[in-house]
Design a protein around this ligand. Structure first.
Ligand SMILES: *[C@@H]1O[C@H](CO)[C@@H](O)[C@H](O)[C@H]1NC(C)=O
Ligand SMILES: *[C@@H]1O[C@H](CO)[C@@H](O)[C@H](O)[C@H]1NC(C)=O
Ligand SMILES: *[C@@H]1O[C@H](CO)[C@@H](O)[C@H](O)[C@H]1NC(C)=O
Ligand SMILES: *[C@@H]1O[C@H](CO)[C@@H](O)[C@H](O)[C@H]1NC(C)=O
Ligand SMILES: *[C@@H]1O[C@H](CO)[C@@H](O)[C@H](O)[C@H]1NC(C)=O
Ligand SMILES: *[C@@H]1O[C@H](CO)[C@@H](O)[C@H](O)[C@H]1NC(C)=O
Length: 795
């Protein structure tokens, strides 16, 4: 892992609020000295000021304080040691160095919360070293206590884990209580990472990483984990040999801070942080390689909670509830998932099980345990039917003529695209309903707000421009046109409002909301029983009847296999509706960012499809159409998973009344081309830009803007990340764990390069959609793209 930005994404920042100002310090702490948790008292500093000891406010609760040692010179004030994670103390608590006992932490009622408990030794003074070690000395300068010997979840250079020492992960980024994982070195010489029994009487510890440093000849076995002053991490053996954990060449320790933290998700990560310049912790290495596959066993839930599925992202686990399940505790995304509905059969339930349950196929996922029945040999159909008709069956796996039936709760779920298996969840029909309540965390809310600001602003900009273009271009046409409603478009059907009301059963089934209004599912009121999507337009300019007709006419004349087909419309009083073909497989966004990660071949086809659809809109249909809002939510998938662009031509139908508030979003990178923020002309190249972002999303299966929970809500910008990985020649990171894509890195590279050409700030550098299509198909060579942000420093 070389790229800083790539690493930033996975680095694990602890952003706590600094309480201090820099002060001169010798590192010495005299007996009697004390600090109060009040949010303003200065901490004790090491001689150079690299480290500080004192109280930090909890990031999510400013009235609770953690007694800790932290890197005082890094903006994140990253904590390396803490003691009262389980009992953060309230405002007014005090830490004091006393002769009898050493350090004493007392709450405002003077109750002892924590103490080094050194009596009967007399403490003479304390010293906070520049290594980050806090040492208490006795009267003859003997060492009584060291923070290095009582680590929390982190070690730093010059620190050693001895055979009786242990790192324990915390509960979450912001909760410093003990978590589920620990790291220690065993008597037989292995350095191990293990899961930790939380319930005292249930033992299901599992070693998920074991260093090969144990030896039957005890004099050759390991006995210490050493973090050297130069930043390397190794197991020291009794015969003097070293087993290196960190292998890559390390940036110099004189210019970088180092730490290794057993993260709350169980991954041990070694980081460095430049002392000057770039903020952020960069990853040197992590253990184990793939935590999703490393934790297993008959007891315990695996790397994620029960019923959850672990996906590896940049070495870290991401836990996802499968379809039909939601997080048991919405605040714990790494915890258990609970079914949305009753999973088993219920007493008094009538009707066949097929009427009540359905089998939902989950892609590339395995739950290797929880079997209660195996059927050999079996066919897929037998397997399905056997599970369907079995009230105990929660899931079934079919593989190589065998069928395994599994009961809940499922454990050790992980994604694995290499498995040739079929996995079915047996879910009650209607299982998706509570799903909507699920994504309710702060991060997502923020993202949604930012997203909507961005979207709203871009849409209004688009409308403004579109109207100008529209009036210039179609003015003549409108004044000349005298078309009656019925004659619009050769084969467009004009519906009455009542017809559509019936077709949608009173606008009951809401398929989603877009910038233009709500979309409802319905059935054509004729013998064909064609399923349709009816878009009820909102905010249509009141006096724009002619424009509406003209626009519908333009849309009605577009025919391309990568565009959603307009079947008809309704224009009655204030109601304006458009009737489209129904796209069975929903939006590309759902597909790309959902649990079922689409396969690489499908993704490449979709990218090509969108490129061709846009080429048609820009160059091949009779009236050029600028879409203005290309994003995965506006790409729909039909029953064959062909990508079809929707909402084209609609920007012209919206009203212009809303005020333009673009100043707030200046410079934010989403799908919006930078020229929206400049006084330059808007051309088809805005779509090329958005397409570039979309293309990179399709390659990486990642959103263009994403808040990283693992990095304290850090905003991650996809295009920056891709550019960094591209310059570092590490495109494999972009498609990590996607074996098909990893096997096809030439194509990945071609797609990424095209994406980077499309998102050039400089409009003239962006290719036309036609050229982009040809490049994607490999017909035209793709040159190395320059840095896309050539202009951003100027604007
Ligand atoms: C710190 O205190 C010890 C013991 O009093 C003393 O020997 C040492 O010189 C002091 N160091 C500094 C830098 O003041
Ligand atoms: C402080 O750290 C340095 C470097 O590891 C070490 O040489 C020195 O002995 C330490 N001082 C104390 C008081 O532990
Ligand atoms: C941390 O997590 C524990 C266990 O889930 C919980 O009891 C505690 O209240 C949490 N502490 C904070 C400060 O949120
Ligand atoms: C070392 O001890 C651990 C735990 O007891 C065990 O899992 C591991 O297999 C041992 N290693 C060897 C080489 O015996
Ligand atoms: C154990 O290893 C030491 C050092 O390599 C060697 O001298 C000794 O003979 C070994 N003992 C056995 C029983 O193999
Ligand atoms: C499928 O199962 C058969 C018999 O159980 C076994 O011989 C064969 O190796 C298996 N094939 C694979 C690909 O696992």
């Amino acid at each position: 892992m070389d790229s800083k930005l790539c690493n930033n994404l996975i680095s694990f920042l602890v952003l706590l609020i600094p309480l201090c100002a820099v002060s001169q310090n010798s590192g010495n702490i005299t007996v009697g000295a004390s600090l109060t948790a009040d949010g303003s008292s200065k901490p004790w500093l090491s001689p150079t000021g690299d480290f500080a000891f004192g109280f930090q406010q909890l990031p999510n609760n400013k009235d609770l304080f953690l007694l800790s040692i932290w890197f005082d010179q890094v903006p994140e004030k990253t904590v390396i040691w803490y003691t009262n994670g389980k009992n953060p103390v309230p405002r007014g608590s005090r830490i004091q160095l006393v002769a009898a006992g050493g350090l004493e932490l007392r709450d405002p009622h003077n109750q002892i919360i924590w103490s080094t408990n050194l009596s009967p030794d007399e403490t003479a003074y304390g010293y906070l070293n520049d290594t980050g070690n806090l040492v208490l000395f006795g009267s003859v300068s003997n060492r009584l206590w060291e923070s290095f010997k009582n680590p929390a979840d982190t070690i730093v250079p010059t620190q050693v884990i001895e055979t009786n020492g242990m790192l324990i992960s915390r509960k979450s980024v912001t909760n410093f209580s003990q978590g589920r994982f620990y790291a220690r070195i065993l008597d037989n010489g292995s350095f191990v990472l293990s899961t930790k029994s939380v319930a005292s009487n249930i033992y299901f510890d599992f070693d998920y990483y074991t260093s090969p440093t144990s030896d039957l000849n005890a004099s050759n076995s390991g006995y210490q984990v050493v973090f050297s002053e130069r930043g390397s991490l190794f197991v020291r053996k009794r015969n003097g040999e070293q087993f290196g954990l960190s292998s890559r060449s390390l940036p110099p320790a004189s210019e970088n801070y180092y730490r290794a933290t057993l993260n709350f998700d169980g991954v041990l990560i070694q980081y460095y942080h430049p002392k000057n310049g770039n903020p952020g912790w960069n990853v040197v290495g992590y253990w184990p390689d793939n935590i999703c596959n490393s934790i297993y066993g008959l007891f315990g839930s695996g790397a994620c909670g029960y019923n959850s599925v672990c996906q590896l992202k940049s070495g870290r686990p991401r836990c996802v509830c499968p379809r039909g399940f939601t997080l048991a505790d919405p605040n714990d995304p790494y915890g258990d998932c609970k079914p949305n509905t009753v999973m088993s059969c219920m007493e008094g339930e009538t009707g066949s099980l097929e009427d009540i349950f359905e089998l939902v196929e989950i892609q590339d996922t395995d739950w290797p345990f929880n079997d209660y029945s195996q059927i050999v040999p079996s066919t897929e159909a037998d397997c399905r039917s056997s599970c369907m008709n079995d009230c105990l069956c929660g899931a079934a796996i079919f593989r190589n003529h065998s069928c395994w039936k599994k009961r809940l709760p499922l454990s050790n779920g992980r994604t694995d695209a290499t498995l040739d298996i079929k996995v079915f969840l047996r879910l009650r029909k209607g299982h998706d309903v509570p799903f909507l309540n699920r994504k309710n965390t702060k991060n997502q809310k923020t993202l949604i707000i930012i997203g909507s600001v961005l979207l709203a602003s871009s849409v209004f900009l688009c409308i403004t421009v579109a109207f100008v273009v529209f009036f210039l271009k179609y003015k003549k046409k409108i004044t000349n046109s005298n078309t009656s409603l019925t004659s619009i478009g050769s084969n467009l059907r004009c519906f009455t409002y009542e017809e559509l009301e019936q077709a949608t059963s009173g606008f009951k089934k809401d398929l989603g909301r877009g910038a233009f209004g709500t979309v409802y599912k319905g059935v054509l009121p004729d013998s064909s029983e064609t399923i349709i999507a009816v878009k009820k337009l909102e905010r249509v300019a009141k006096d724009s009847e002619k424009e509406f007709r003209a626009e519908v006419n333009v849309i009605g004349h577009t025919h391309h296999k990568n565009l959603v087909r307009l079947l008809g419309y309704c224009h009655e009083g204030p109601n304006r509706l458009l009737v489209y073909e129904y796209m069975r497989n929903g939006t590309l966004a759902k597909f790309l960012f959902g649990e079922k990660k689409p396969r690489w071949v499908q993704r490449t086809q979709m990218a090509l499809g969108v490129a061709k659809g846009l080429t048609y809109l820009h160059e091949e249909c009779s009236n050029q159409i600028i879409h203005c809002d290309i994003k995965p939510q506006n790409i729909l998938l039909d029953e064959y998973y062909t990508a079809r662009i929707s909402d084209f031509g609609l920007s012209k139908l919206l009203m212009m009344e809303q005020s333009r508030t673009s100043t707030d979003i200046r410079g934010t990178k989403g799908y919006v081309a930078p020229e929206w923020f400049r006084n330059t002309q808007i051309t088809v190249k805005v779509d090329v830009y958005s397409f570039g972002v979309l293309l990179l999303e399709i390659v990486c299966c990642r959103k263009s803007l994403e808040y990283l929970k693992s990095s304290n809500d850090e905003l991650s910008v996809l295009t920056d990340w891709v550019w960094d990985c591209y310059t570092e020649r590490r495109l494999d990171i972009l498609v990590e764990n996607d074996y098909e894509a990893l096997d096809d890195l030439k194509m990945v590279e071609r797609f990424v390069k095209v994406g980077l050409w499309c998102i050039q700030d400089d409009i003239s550098l962006r290719p036309s959609m036609k050229k982009a299509s040809l490049m994607l198909e490999g017909i035209v060579d793709v040159k190395d793209p320059p840095c896309p942000y050539a202009f951003s420093t100027l604007s």
